[in-house]
Write a new protein. Structure first.
Length: 534
């Protein structure tokens, strides 16, 4: 006899979904009890961390990741993390255990009363199968829905008495199904785009996270070189779509209307690929486009295309669209001079002032010098994002991850997920002392599963970004802006992670070398000065 449980594991195996990130409760045990030996369960101690680890893992493997949560309460704990998964188009297949079918209506303990509604609007699709005989098909639908473009999180609630039910002929064909996107630019659309690009006098490229997800980085380089165009990264960047060491790289656009218009002034054509137009943050009203400029957007997400306030948009798969565009535009033979980087005093002059801390720029510059050239950076230090992009070299696809919605608690878990997905590269996670607390239990998973992330906690004792906003919004007397008195070395030790404090650049040099040599996770707490996020 084949049970719903057997058929589900077969389906998951068929899709290569043999890693399950979870945190269990009684409703989930009948599913987990029969887990086959070729499956791996990665336990997270809080569901925000479970979802964050799965998010990092799915982004880095470029495949859907399985998540198993406990009923409504576990799902609720994960929802903050789903804001990030939603905006990064991360395919998460989230399953949650439900009470026994016949008892949900009574609202017995741990029933998920309106399960399909609970995770909306942060999932593409959600359901609770209407019958045990529709569980396997529903999970299949979830996998396909999560994966189809634009990919994203989906949610299935499964009553726990369904798992032991027998399957019938309805389930027979499910494991063998495949569902694919087939949409591409038509030849006419491509020819038209090429004509528009070739006719532009001074085009500029703005690249977004979906270029990195689609591994379009090398094609973006070809396109920029052929057009002789400078390249910016779209604002509030969650990924790095272009090598920062390339002469055409100009940096990340600021997250304000006026800031972008100012920086792109003089261009007659702005080509945005794989990004929303735009993810603004600080409200600085102004003209949406510089005078004389038109904007062309290529997005894999119809929602992204439809909601933009300006420009002509085409909805297409980013990888093929970029490849064909790069191969088709006319080379102009123009070579751009590399961008000027801001000057810093020599590293030896950057000693800490008593009780204040190191300059974040100096910390980034030193780590950039010491880290492997293919290191992967996970970043969740909100006031120092600009300093990070100024200092760090990222040459390869899949080198950068930042919370796509701005929802904190992504960094530490995502670092664990990315490192699990990329055992051949080293993950260095820069985490603010404020941000660390939203995902701190990821340290336990890193320790128990020996995931060798180097966590660098940049500690300025405050919510630095909020201080920057408070100054802008005339709210400097707001309460709750400082977070003094947290000892991250002790916290790390408590979760089983080796940790050190580095209060000078020499100490940081030693600690970082030790961390790189370690086969397990390490945490380095670095006191830093507070800088403005703007
Ligand atoms: N809660 C969640 C889940 N996400 C958020 N974005 C915030 C609160 C608000 N918030 C920001 O947007 S930035 C920030 C907070 C609290 C400060 C983070 O402090 P940090 O980094 O120490 O991690 P900086 O560099 O000191 O800003
Ligand atoms: Ca801070």
């Amino acid at each position: 006899m084949t049970t719903v449980n057997d058929a589900t594991y077969k389906l998951l195996r068929q899709h290569g979904l043999t890693t399950i990130f979870g945190n269990p409760g009684s409703n989930e045990l009948p599913f987990l009890a029969a887990m086959p030996k070729d499956f791996r369960y990665v336990l997270g101690l809080h569901e925000g961390v479970v979802a964050g680890m799965a998010d990092g893992y799915a982004q880095a493997t470029r495949r859907p990741a399985m998540v198993n949560l406990h009923a409504a309460s576990g799902s609720g704990n994960a929802m903050g993390a789903l804001t990030n998964a939603w905006y990064s188009h991360t395919p998460l297949v989230i399953t949650a255990g439900q009470q026994v079918r016949a008892t949900i209506g009574q609202e017995v303990m741990l029933s998920n009363v309106d399960a399909a509604s609970l995770p909306r609007p942060l999932v593409k699709w959600s359901a609770e199968p209407a019958s045990p005989h529709d569980v396997v098909r529903t999970i299949g639908q979830a996998i396909h829905s999560a994966t189809l473009e634009p990919s994203g999180p989906v949610y299935v609630s499964i009553p726990y008495d369904d798992w032991a039910q027998e399957t019938g002929p309805a389930e027979e064909h499910l494991a063998a199904r495949t569902v694919e996107n087939a949409g591409e630019l038509s030849d006419g659309q491509l020819a038209d785009l090429v004509a528009v690009l070739d006719a532009a006098e001074n085009p500029v490229l703005v690249l977004g996270p979906d270029v990195d997800s689609a591994r379009g980085n090398a094609d973006a380089v070809t396109l920029a070189e052929r057009l002789g165009a400078p390249v910016w990264v779209a604002p509030s960047a969650p990924r790095c779509p272009f090598p920062t060491t390339h002469a055409a790289f100009r940096g990340v656009l600021p997250a304000s209307v006026e800031g972008i218009t100012r920086l792109l002034a003089g261009h007659d054509l702005i080509l945005v690929v794989g990004a929303p137009v735009f993810r603004y943050h600080q409200h600085e009203p102004g003209n949406y486009l510089p005078a004389g400029a038109s904007l062309l957007q290529i997005s894999c997400d119809p929602g992204e295309a439809a909601r933009a306030p300006m420009g002509r948009a085409l909805v297409a798969s980013i990888g093929p669209a970029l490849r064909r565009l790069a191969a088709s535009v006319t080379p102009r033979g123009v070579q751009l001079p590399p961008r000027a980087r801001p000057e810093l005093p020599p590293l030896s002059a950057q000693g800490p002032e008593e009780g204040i801390g190191l300059a974040p720029e100096a910390v980034f510059r030193l780590i950039n010098e010491l880290a492997p050239e293919d290191a992967i950076y996970v970043n969740e230090t909100t006031s120092t994002v600009g300093a990070f992009w100024d200092r760090m070299d990222m040459r390869h696809p899949g080198s950068y991850y930042f919370p796509a919605s701005g929802g904190l608690g992504f960094g530490m878990p995502a670092a664990v997920g990315v490192q699990l997905a990329e055992p051949g590269r080293r993950v260095v996670a820069f985490i603010g002392d404020g941000s660390a607390n939203y995902g701190i239990t990821a340290l336990w998973t890193a320790a128990q599963y020996r995931v060798p992330v180097v966590f660098v906690i940049l500690n300025n004792g405050t919510y630095g970004a909020l201080r920057g906003f408070a100054a802008k919004l005339n709210a400097l007397d707001a309460p709750g802006l400082d977070v003094p008195g947290i000892d991250f070395v002790s916290l790390a030790a408590g979760y089983g992670v080796d940790a050190d404090r580095a209060a000078s650049l020499e100490a940081l040099r030693d600690c970082f070398a030790k961390a790189l040599a370690s086969e397990g996770p390490t945490l380095i707490e670095v006191p830093i000065t507070t800088v403005s996020p703007f």
